[in-house]
Ligand binder design. Structure first.
Ligand SMILES: C[S@@+](CC[C@H](N)C(=O)[O-])C[C@H]1O[C@@H](n2cnc3c(N)ncnc32)[C@H](O)[C@@H]1O
Length: 254
């Protein structure tokens, strides 16, 4: 059996125990869902991809689970084929942040949800880029951070973030044009961990210093690179953000 990449393994580890059904959006090969179903024999998975080729690969990989009714497949855009149920954890991983926000934003246009009673959903997101925009939109709409992990995979460092949101929140997300908050650049748990590390360096962080530094440096580079397109007020805010990054790096480097 093909082993999971470090990135997919990290996502798997962050799927909450209480998940009854994994909704794997952009499932591609289906490796994540298969590993999840093997580890959780009572659970089910809904695998979605908008391209027939990847979905066919996932169907082949999970044919056993499909025949016992534990895996279902949908050829669809984002969450268009999703009927939310309590116990769902939605995973959207391995795509750009703007694509993820597009998937969440398109839910708002769906008339089939009109009048539907609101309820909490868990959502696990991992964007290959523009993750701060995803965090900003979810936080601004009242999503609660439920966990975060960093991982290194083939020389890159990624963050996987878990949120608990009301279903109405997913329907409301709209992207911001600029991200300002440190918390959105780094993720709620990492930012809290950095702050406590800075105020009491012996506190014992849940993130390793090497991973933290690598992620801070990556986000610092992105924030610096974006300065060109900002207004003068935004440049001032961005410089303040970069100062915080630089100070945090200095403290962590000891
Ligand atoms: C790079 S792969 C990521 C696969 C897996 N989620 C992972 O993290 O390794 C992206 C997959 O998402 C699918 N995809 C991209 N946009 C999508 C959308 N709007 N709706 C459904 N699938 C989408 C692509 O067809 C592709 O199979």
């Amino acid at each position: 059996m093909a082993a999971l990449s470090a990135r997919l393994q990290t996502i798997l580890e962050l799927i909450p125990q209480a998940t009854l059904r994994l909704v794997d959006v952009g499932c591609d090969h289906g490796l994540l869902s298969r590993a999840f179903l093997e580890a959780h024999p009572e659970s089910r998975a809904l695998l979605i991809d908008r391209r027939p080729g990847p979905l066919a690969k996932a169907e082949a990989l999970l044919s056993e689970q499909a025949s016992s009714g534990r895996a279902e497949f949908r050829l669809a855009d984002g969450l268009a084929a999703w009927c939310p149920t309590a116990g769902d954890t939605v995973v959207i991983a391995g795509m750009g942040g703007r694509e993820i926000l597009g998937i969440l934003g398109r839910l708002a246009e769906e008339e089939r949800f009109v009048g539907q009673k609101d309820f909490p959903i868990r959502i696990l997101v991992q964007a290959m880029r523009d993750m701060p925009f995803v965090r900003e939109a979810l936080r601004r709409n009242g999503a609660r951070s439920g966990g975060q992990k960093l991982c290194r995979d083939r020389g890159w460092i990624y963050s996987v973030d878990l949120y608990e949101v009301l279903f109405s929140t997913l329907k409301a997300v709209t992207p911001a044009s600029v991200v300002r908050e440190e918390e959105d650049w780094l993720g709620t748990w990492l930012w809290k961990s950095i702050r406590s590390e800075i105020s009491s360096p012996d506190s014992g962080s849940r993130f390793s210093p090497q991973e933290t530094l690598a992620y801070l440096r990556r986000q610092q580079r992105i924030a610096e690179g974006e300065i060109k397109g900002l207004s003068s007020a935004e440049v001032a805010q961005r410089e303040a953000l970069l100062t915080v990054f630089a100070q945090s790096i200095e403290v962590l480097e000891g």
